[in-house]
Write a protein that binds this ligand. Structure first.
Ligand code: PLP
Length: 400
């Protein structure tokens, strides 16, 4: 029996043992300032209506809850619904958070925005809101990722962002994040750091959850309208974990609703080349927070692998570690191959091309089709659209 989760985080920014702040002293001051401003502003009428206006007229919310009739038939009759975050401006859920954080930055009087990005999706969502609000924007990105994600880099530059290549370490997201933290330590007075998932030091996991929780709130309302009740299960992919937390949050205390997070098993859990942090990792400290993490016997962080760049992160948000340990959320994983297959199946059955990240959640439904029954309703958080992944799909086809 899943436990009812307590109100989290506590006043130390902990979800159970997880979370907290593992950062230099200069940053502690900035985090305190951010936390205070967030608490003051989040309940203010003016801020709430400003946020709501941008959600409606800029992001395009509410996003539909779509009955995937042919995919449901394909699975043997369970009713599958897609929460269509792919229809948001810039094509994914990330913009829910960047809009919220840039409004916070503006209220705090910060004029310079920094961010880090792996696949470029968070960088793009950040560059987008910086253009809209006329703010200076610096995006740190691993040199390797800049090569792999050229179209997103071009878009960020078009939008006026400065994209700085990071050439240390593995030249990927992990190193870009370290570089962004370093920048923040140096420029903390003028600069607001927009973090893209429910990761990093307190209060970021709480702030990102708040701005993404609109997904679950809308879903709950839409379920009531469509069939007058709750879904049996909710399935979401987990990289850092923001789209999953965003949809799970409204249902955490509805014990009849099964919550399932799907991680990237890459080339297979036994290959060592995957990003299944909660399935295979152990608790440790990364990027300012204590959470499950993938590291080797010498304590070195293991380079993750996933065909989907957005799931290719060696850590996971601290709240997921907590929900994992108390058993409220079940974490599963699917391989690159299973995700690629689901990508094609759903494109061809529904005329909707999912992001490769989203394809992991969809692939789990195919993999576990026997666990879902004809009279059940399952909501999938359809985190983003797949146009950005066409290059990778082509490469994979040429290889096979
Ligand atoms: C970034 C991204 C993810 C993974 O990030 P979370 O914080 O785990 O949600 C998932 N889907 C899409 C489309 C993304 O762009």
């Amino acid at each position: 029996m899943a436990q009812r989760s307590r109100k989290t985080p506590n006043n130390k920014g902990r979800f159970g043992n997880y979370g907290g702040r593992y950062v230099p002293e200069t940053v502690v001051y900035a985090l305190d300032e951010l936390e205070e401003c967030f608490h003051t502003i989040r309940t203010e009428k003016k801020f709430k209506s400003e946020l709501r206006d941008f959600q409606t007229s800029y992001i395009g919310r509410p996003t539909p809850l779509y009955y995937a009739e042919r995919f449901s038939e394909h699975l043997g009759g369970v009713s599958i619904y897609f929460k269509r975050e792919d229809l948001n401006h810039t094509g994914a859920h990330k913009i829910n958070n960047t809009v919220g954080q840039i409004l916070l930055a503006r209220h705090m009087g910060k004029r310079r925005i920094i961010a880090e990005t792996g696949a470029g999706q968070h960088g793009l969502a950040t560059a987008t809101v910086c253009a809209r609000f006329g703010m200076e924007c610096v995006v740190y990105m691993g040199a390797e990722d800049i090569k792999r994600q050229a179209p997103n880099v071009d878009k960020m530059r078009l939008l006026g962002a400065e994209v700085i290549p990071v050439t240390s370490g593995s030249q990927t997201l992990k190193d870009a994040t370290s570089e962004a933290l370093r920048d923040w330590v140096t420029n903390v007075r003028s600069t607001f750091y927009i973090i893209g998932s429910v990761v990093g030091p307190h209060p970021y996991p709480m702030i990102v959850r708040e701005f993404q929780s609109v997904i679950g709130k809308e879903t709950k309302r839409q379920c009531k309208q469509l069939w007058g009740g709750l879904p049996n299960s909710i399935v979401a992919c987990v990289g850092g974990g923001s789209n999953a937390i965003g949809i799970f949050n409204a249902f955490k205390n509805d014990s009849s609703v099964e919550l399932i997070g799907v991680e990237a098993a890459g080339l297979g859990l036994r290959s060592g080349k995957h990003a299944a942090t909660l399935t295979q990792g152990k608790p440790g400290v990364l990027h300012g927070s204590y959470s499950y993490l993938m590291y080797d016997k010498n304590g070195q962080v293991i380079l993750p692998h996933s065909v989907s760049a957005g799931l290719d992160y060696p850590g996971v948000g601290p709240e997921h570690s907590y929900l994992h340990d108390i058993g409220r959320v079940e974490y599963e994983s699917v391989t690159d191959r299973q995700a690629l297959r689901a990508f094609k199946i759903v494109s061809q059955l529904e005329g909707i091309i999912p992001a490769l990240e989203t394809a992991h959640a969809l692939a789990y439904l195919i993999k576990a089709r026997n666990r879902f029954h004809r009279n059940q309703r399952v909501v999938v958080c359809f985190s983003g659209r797949g146009d950005k992944d066409m290059g990778i799909i082509k490469e994979q086809e040429e290889m096979s």
